[in-house]
Write a new protein. Sequence first.
Length: 130
Amino acid sequence: MRLLFLGAGAIGTYVGGSLAAAGHHVTFSEQPEAARIIAEQGLRLTRDNRTTSVRDFAIFDSADAALAAGGRTPQAGCALALEMAERCRRVEGDFVLLWHNTSLIEEWALWSAAYRELILRLADLQAGRA
């Protein structure tokens, strides 16, 4: 499985690091200083008094760089989110979108418009208009 964690933070790096340790292809984006440290030191995951070092992942110091490396555009990313939401709806599941509001400023300008369009289309899907 290929996974992309944008602005991963503590939880995202733990989950993503665990998936990378299990053999999945994981890419992170993180703040520049955190990305530099993680790239140099790798991740150390501790669970049940056992620590595992993980280095088999990609990390970028901006979401734009991570998305470009994975061939994702804002439109493609939003299309994928809509596809996942539709799959959840078909099996009466819940689709949860966690999108930090800081991603709507400056370097994320291209994503801001895509996000707004995505929210409108998700609302249509929820109302049965899609």
